[in-house]
Write a protein that binds this ligand. Structure first.
Ligand code: XMP
Length: 607
């Protein structure tokens, strides 16, 4: 289990046992938002009696089948543990099976929105409407209940979508209350927490003193060396280090990879100097990045090269910075940063996070890395940043990925990926039933479905001439397309439909020209959308597609989100979208498409 925060008395803790589901961190995140500390535990080593102040247990989802003899099991007896237990998805089935119910295996998996009828007499749903809209994900299902159990939720396709064993305070849900698509999911989790603890005692800003102390004691007499990306996490880590050991012992380095946004590296330095931070260094390493990424197309290969170069650059700089032998590398890694690199050995690799590449893993094993924020989530880091006195404007900046624009330039060797004729027909039928038109684009991007990585096509959707555009229809069509067409994992909306049929694949690699062109469009989009409070983040993506005039097609991805682990597309007012599209086209863009995919099944970034 992850270390508890360094407070005198351990906070009441909800253990989230991780069976490899992609939403494990999201569950833990929601619990903290609801005011209780949560920590993720591995199924094989979780020991309830060794967890200080354990208040409840949540069993996560996971990609395996409970029926499979080798699938992960519970390391404890749920009937004897003495705290409430909530099983979700795989955890729901595992709990039912362990307590004596029957789970039946299915070959097909289903994902998506579902209506369930809930038993409002259950403490999990008390005071809520009987019918609930939920995010369902299931292959296997619970066929019969454990002794003493009763059904508390069912849907048209699933007789037991939820159960409870009241005498044991055990609950199971086949759907995901932690995903924002489950409208009242937070309320369900809140009801569960009420059974676990009579008071809520987790406040991230309260951790400031304990954290400073932790950094000070880990640092000992070492110098602290921090890589400053300019993002919120490294900024807060820097402020923490300085408060812990004083500015003279903290050295920071900003590596300009060539994939920053326009003027960003200079702005980062100016901001930090403005805050009075000393010992700031900057290195322009862009040429090495452009050289090594010259003809790389595959997204994970790009990430690995970027991670390796980062460490190479770092090693080259170390002698120049004369740090001597006694120093620790400080990273602004936050709690979920590892999840999509495979949070545990059971989770599928969606993408390799830049501060979890092999070289950094080696340093971690050798005890040479300090990650003071590794138990915190993004908005907790923001709360800490404010508690440390950092200006709100910097603390609330939009997140920007470590590998920068490199993952927002989709590369291609010019070959056109094959698009299935049957899937194209299916898309046309789905679009027709929503009063829309659509086609599958000949590019691929990373997404996530259930607990697995996808690398599939976007569908482009548009309204036929004379139809009034309407976001509800766009959303319904986008969800159906991604759920029903196996080769589609995202949808984009075209405001000017006449061009969408003519896009052609062109050669695109990570070179200065592609970066500069994207920087230009990115700065126009940020000017328009950063001031909009609902917009959590707005990636701009360069596709290896040209319109018939030979100009590059871009996607904008403004999302609303609480924590980037789930997200919805921002319903941009159409006149604003039209105006922004016109501005970008005057600046050389061939087209501007609006990503209308929720996460899941899309991710926020394209790559
Ligand atoms: P996805 O694309 O997984 O992104 O939905 C979730 C959030 O994480 C950011 N992101 C990264 N941040 N290094 C980072 O520091 C990375 O390698 C990385 N990849 C994605 C992304 O911008 C979004 O806020």
């Amino acid at each position: 289990m992850s270390t508890a925060p360094a407070t005198e008395k351990a906070p009441q803790t909800i253990a989230v046992v991780d069976f490899g589901g992609q939403y494990t961190h999201l569950i833990a995140r929601r619990i903290r938002n609801l005011g209780l500390y949560s920590a993720i535990a591995a199924p094989e080593s979780f020991d309830p009696s060794a967890t200080p102040n354990l208040a409840g247990i949540i069993l996560s989802g996971g990609p395996q089948s409970v029926v499979d003899r080798h699938s992960p099991k519970l390391s404890f007896d749920p009937a004897a543990v003495g705290v409430p237990i909530l099983g979700l998805c795989y955890g729901h089935q595992l709990l039912a099976a362990t307590l004596g119910g029957l789970v039946v295996q299915e070959s097909r998996r289903e994902y998506g929105l579902a209506r369930v009828q809930c038993e409002t007499g259950s403490p999990l749903f008390s005071g809520m409407d009987k019918e609930q809209s939920v995010w369902m994900s299931h292959g296997d299902h619970v066929e019969s209940l454990p002794p003493g159990g009763r059904t508390i939720a069912s849907s048209s396709g699933l007789a037991i979508a939820g159960f409870e064993v009241p005498a044991l305070r055990c609950f199971g849900l086949q759907f995901h209350p932690e995903v924002s698509h489950t409208r009242h999911g937070d309320d369900m989790l809140d009801r569960f927490l009420t059974l676990c603890a009579s008071v809520r005692d987790w406040q991230p800003a309260d951790q400031r003193t304990a954290l400073v102390e932790r950094v000070r004691s880990r640092a000992g007499n070492s110098q602290l060396f921090l890589l400053a990306s300019g993002g919120v996490d490294s900024l807060v880590a820097l402020a923490l280090c300085i408060e812990a050991v004083g500015a003279r012992r903290v050295v920071s380095l900003h590596i300009d990879t060539g994939f920053m946004r326009r003027h960003e590296s200079a702005d980062v330095m100016a901001h930090l100097r403005g805050l009075g931070f000393a010992n700031l260094n900057i290195v322009d390493a862009s040429q090495a990045y452009f050289d090594d990424l010259r003809s790389v197309v595959e997204p994970e290969a790009k990430r690995r090269i970027i991670g390796r170069l980062f460490v190479d650059t770092l090693n080259q700089q170390l002698s120049r910075l004369s740090l001597g032998d006694d120093w620790l590398l400080v990273q602004g890694t936050i709690y979920p940063d590892t999840i999509e690199s495979g949070g545990t050995d059971k989770a599928a690799v969606i993408k390799t996070h830049h501060n979890r590449v092999a070289e950094i893993e080696e340093m971690l094993k050798a005890g040479r890395v300090l990650e003071p924020l590794d138990l915190f989530y993004k908005d907790e880091v923001r709360a800490l940043g404010l508690a440390l006195g950092l200006p709100e404007k910097l603390v609330n900046r939009h997140p920007f990925p470590g590998p920068g624009l490199a993952i927002r330039i989709l590369c291609s060797d010019g070959a056109t990926p094959e698009v299935s004729v049957a899937d194209t027909k299916l898309l046309e039928e789905i679009c027709g039933s929503h009063g829309m038109c659509g086609r599958i684009l000949p590019v691929r991007s990373v997404g996530v479905q259930g607990d697995a990585r996808t690398y599939e096509h976007p569908a482009v959707l548009w309204f036929p001439p004379g139809t009034a555009p309407d976001w509800d229809r766009v959303q319904a069509c986008a969800i159906t397309a991604a759920n029903q067409i196996s080769s589609v994992n995202r949808a984009v909306f075209a405001i000017r439909p006449q061009d969408t049929v003519n896009y052609t694949v062109h050669v695109q690699y990570l070179d200065r020209a592609a970066v500069e062109a994207l920087q230009e469009i990115d700065s126009l989009v940020r000017n328009a959308l950063e001031p909009v409070p609902e917009v959590w983040q707005v990636p701009v993506v360069s596709l290896p597609l040209h319109n018939d005039a030979g100009n590059t097609v871009y996607v904008i991805r403004p999302v609303t989100s609480r924590d980037a682990m789930t997200a919805d597309f921002y319903r941009m007012p159409l006149p604003d979208l039209q105006a922004l599209s016109d501005t970008c086209r005057s600046a050389g863009a061939g087209e501007l498409l609006l990503d209308v995919t929720s996460k899941p099944p899309g991710t926020i970034e394209w790559e």
